[in-house]
Design a protein around this ligand. Structure first.
Ligand code: PEP
Ligand code: MG
Length: 575
């Protein structure tokens, strides 16, 4: 009864005792929905859902196709290994082939799909999990070694059941609270706030990319929740309190009343972008502070017009790309997408950041999992190592730049050599476009994201070779404090008002001023009104944040006196 009042299209009628589980708040807001356990196991994260009897044949066919494709892969691998003469490896692959075709496993999986009416991947994972547990229980180290083979095979088959490598949020029932060990940014990007009411994960810090997207969409998000505690609550009605970082399962009527009132008072106004926001962003002492927008979705452009935003301070092109379901990295498709962006932007200036691929933003091209991806071949490093991806995007962007006002932003530059290499690369692309007699924008400003401490240390030299800089405090803090931005257990090391970060920002502002170039700040610090006074006190005059936060930042600016802000920053940090 209770649940039916909340979620009209769900049949959950049992009233159970209220359970509260505490985690870490990541994205504010409150949501009520039904728990959907997307990932229940540390390693083999698959959704479990009930299928209808008419779907049995489809599910079995899906399983057989996955086995077939895995078998083909293993065959290819065998040929390759035979050519190489790697005897030992061949015997391992042979063993995988035999396991894959094991009729007992196949029969068991297919029978269970039909009898339990559960989806293929959940049955397959359980079946293989049982083998793994049995092998792990033996004392024999050689037998235990087989576990690795089974895990390897399991991963291979799962990749074919989910070809993108990541589980999709698209097919999740509406009004769900998605619970997972970790969400990839691409999964969060797919989620619509109507369908996914909230997100609860074990991993994922407040500036992880998945969290940033959730915040921009206004989806409440809590991390640091032990998934084993939630496993048995799949389908239960729950409240996610993104302020307190609490999941309340089977809420009592009293709790529901409290949260329904709370949602009215605090949550709904923030969803309303409104049309009544004052266009000027001036401090009490009349200093102009420009509030720019971070954009990942073309849809947000409509709100920017309402908010009278003049500049898009950061386009995260990797998400723009992902959200528009462009299937390949081909130039024609990218060009059409970026052209649409420029046309929709009208008079707005667009700061287009080239692909920041890697780290927690895994794409098809980044399937090679590095041992330490945040310190690996991400962003500009990835692009320089993949010249085809780099040149294709730059060609498409330079062509689209003709349709509006655009600046190019290079992510994760760490030194002068890298900056020069990237700029030389862009010059070569321009030459190719000229040779091909293609119309493009030749005069385009090129700026750098300041995200690596090495950049800050050398910034007096670097700023002389940039047209502008934008400080990305999310990564700058991560690398300064050696604290993974996606890991809630290092969250307390990740302080935006830490003197080390504050000094870095001040240094960049001063050097940019000396070089006569623009400096803005586009990390999460810019979207939190608690830091607006500090940033103005450090001399920042351009703040770029997700559209959702623009009204509250403008409101904060109007209450700040820039002279007082400077004095306070000086007194507190001696800078
Ligand atoms: C940053 O690092 O602060 C930033 C804005 O880039 P992203 O969050 O996309 O890494
Ligand atoms: Mg960054």
């Amino acid at each position: 009864m209770l649940a039916q009042i909340i979620l009209r299209d769900r049949e959950v009628t049992k009233v159970e005792e209220e359970v509260r589980i505490k985690g870490a708040p990541v994205s504010r807001g409150v949501a009520i929905g039904a728990l959907y356990i997307l990932q229940s196991d540390e390693k083999w994260s698959v959704p479990e859902f009930t299928i209808s009897p008419t779907d049995i044949d489809n599910e079995i066919a899906r399983y057989r196709t996955a086995l077939h494709l895995s078998g083909q892969e293993l065959d290819k691998l065998m040929i390759f290994l035979q050519e190489e003469g790697s005897g030992e490896a061949i015997s391992i692959v042979e063993a995988h082939r035999l396991m894959l075709l094991d009729p007992v496993v196949t029969h068991d999986v297919e029978t269970k799909i039909a009898t339990t009416l559960k989806n293929t991947e959940s049955i397959f994972v359980k079946e293989m999990g049982a083998y793994i547990d049995a092998l792990m229980a033996t004392e024999d180290p050689i037998i235990r070694q087989r576990v690795l083979d089974i895990k390897d095979l399991l991963a291979r088959v799962l990749r074919h059941l989910h070809p993108t490598g990541a589980l999709s949020c698209l097919n999740i029932p509406s009004q769900s609270i998605v619970c997972a060990n970790e969400l990839a940014p691409s999964q969060t990007a797919e989620a619509s706030p109507n369908q996914i009411r909230a997100v609860v994960t074990k991993f994922g810090g407040s500036t992880s990319h998945a969290a940033l997207i959730a915040k921009a969409k206004g989806i409440p998000y809590i991390s640091n929740i032990d998934m084993s505690g939630l496993d048995s609550f799949g389908g239960a009605i729950a409240i996610v309190d993104g302020h307190l970082g609490e999941v309340i399962i089977h809420p009592s009527q009293e709790t529901l009343n409290h949260y329904n009132a709370y949602r009215k008072d605090f949550c709904e106004p923030s969803i309303n972008y409104g049309g009544s926001y004052i266009a000027t962003d001036r401090t009490l002492d009349n200093k102009i502070i420009e509030v720019q927008a971070n954009l990942e979705d073309l849809h947000d452009l409509y709100f920017l017009k309402e908010l009278r935003t003049k500049t898009i301070g950061l386009i995260r092109s990797e998400f723009l790309y992902l959200k528009n379901n462009v299937d390949s990295f081909c130039e024609a498709e990218q060009f059409e997408l970026y052209k649409k962006l420029m046309q929709l932007s009208g008079n707005m200036e667009v700061t287009f950041r080239i692909f920041d691929i890697g780290s927690d933003k895994r794409f098809v091209h980044t399937e090679v999992i590095e041992p330490n991806p945040a310190l690996g071949c991400r962003s500009i490093r990835f692009l320089i190592n993949h010249p085809k991806v780099f040149s294709t995007q730059v060609r498409a962007v330079l062509r689209a730049a003709k349709y509006g006002k655009m600046k190019l932003l290079l992510p994760l530059i760490s030194d002068l050599h890298e900056l020069r290499e990237a700029k030389a690369f862009i010059e070569n692309v321009k030459q190719d476009l000229k040779d091909d007699r293609v119309d493009f924008c030749e005069e385009i400003e090129i700026g750098c994201m300041v995200e690596v401490p090495a950049f800050v240390i050398m910034c007096d030299l670097l700023v002389r070779e940039c047209d502008f800089v934008s400080i990305g405090t999310n990564d700058l803090a991560q690398y300064t404090f050696a604290a993974d931005r996606s890991n809630p257990s290092t969250a307390d090391r990740y302080r935006h008002d830490h003197p080390a970060l504050v000094r870095m920002i001040k240094r960049v502002v001063d050097e940019a001023e000396n070089a006569g170039i623009d400096v803005s700040i586009c990390g999460e610090i810019a979207s939190d009104p608690a830091y607006t006074e500090l940033l103005i006190g450090l001399g920042i005059t351009k703040l770029s944040c997700a559209p959702r936060f623009i009204p509250s930042i403008k409101e904060a600016i109007r209450k700040i006196d820039s002279v007082v802000a400077r004095r306070k920053a000086y007194e507190r940090f001696r800078i």
